[in-house]
Design a protein around this ligand. Structure first.
Ligand SMILES: [Zn+2]
Ligand SMILES: [Zn+2]
Length: 259
């Protein structure tokens, strides 16, 4: 290739890179304008978004969940069923305790995957593609995150030597609370609204994590986030900033100013 055509080819590549950058910048500005004019417009769930999340969820199930389930059927020893069912008390407390164990384990995993740039960029960022979650975002996960979450959920009840009925029920409950954290709604009958102690985080808290990813690392509860200063109050229904959130943002702003 003669030097002139090499220069021309380089120029063309640089030009298309510059155009791509311009386009990226234009889209970013458009998104910022949209956010200022109508914050809710970015949280609308469209058919494209649903297709995208279902696509990954489908392949995650085919490639990872199904082989794990078949593997378990083949290799795990048969579960002997005890003659008696667990007492209601044991059935309930084992599941609540297992939820607290999962909450702690995932809190540590989650924090690590936000603080270490490499882990965030290559693994957890997949889940953060959506800053306004809806149910199908629950399992919009990198396969490694899916495997970790599946492993933890499967083994949580082993700590308590739980009855098989409790184990199976816990699997359902833990999926349910994870889906609930991503529903993007704040219904008055949800558990966090009925909890006078403020221990349960619920969907508004996790919604806020998707908007401010360096806050609210605990998936279900609040105690570690409150203890270690990563708790961010939730947005009120309708996308309005709650008084607690306004105070929090003012405090963060002041802190940054004083740095
Ligand atoms: Zn999430
Ligand atoms: Zn996260």
């Amino acid at each position: 290739m003669d030097p002139m055509s090499t220069i021309n080819a380089t120029n063309a590549t640089l030009k298309s890179a510059a155009e791509a950058l311009q386009e990226e910048k234009r889209l970013l500005q458009q998104r910022q304008r949209q956010r200022q004019q109508n914050p809710l417009s970015l949280s609308q769930v469209t058919a494209d978004l649903i297709y995208d999340t279902l696509y990954l969820t489908f392949w995650n199930h085919i490639l990872f969940i199904m082989p794990a389930a078949i593997g378990q059927m083949i290799w795990v020893l048969p579960t002997p069923l005890p003659g008696e069912a667990p007492t209601i008390f044991e059935f309930v407390w084992h599941q609540i305790a297992a939820l607290f164990v999962f909450d702690f384990q995932y809190y540590v995993w989650h924090l690590t995957h936000h603080k270490i740039r490499f882990l965030y960029r290559h693994i957890h960022a997949v889940h953060h593609r959506y800053n306004s979650p809806f149910v199908w975002v629950t399992q919009y996960l990198h396969p490694w995150e899916l495997v970790v979450v599946g492993f933890l959920t499967t083994t949580n009840t082993w700590f308590f030597n739980s009855h098989p009925l409790t184990v199976w029920s816990y699997m359902m409950v833990s999926i349910l609370v994870s889906v609930e954290a991503h529903i993007g709604f704040d219904f008055p009958f949800l558990l966090h609204n009925l909890d006078p102690t403020g221990t349960i985080g619920g969907s508004p808290k996790h919604d806020m994590h998707h908007q401010k990813p360096l806050t609210n690392f605990q998936p279900f509860f609040n105690h570690f986030d409150k203890l270690f200063g990563s708790y961010c109050p939730a947005m009120s229904a309708g996308g309005k900033k709650s008084k607690a959130l306004q105070d929090y943002e003012r405090k963060v702003k002041d802190c940054k100013k004083n740095l």
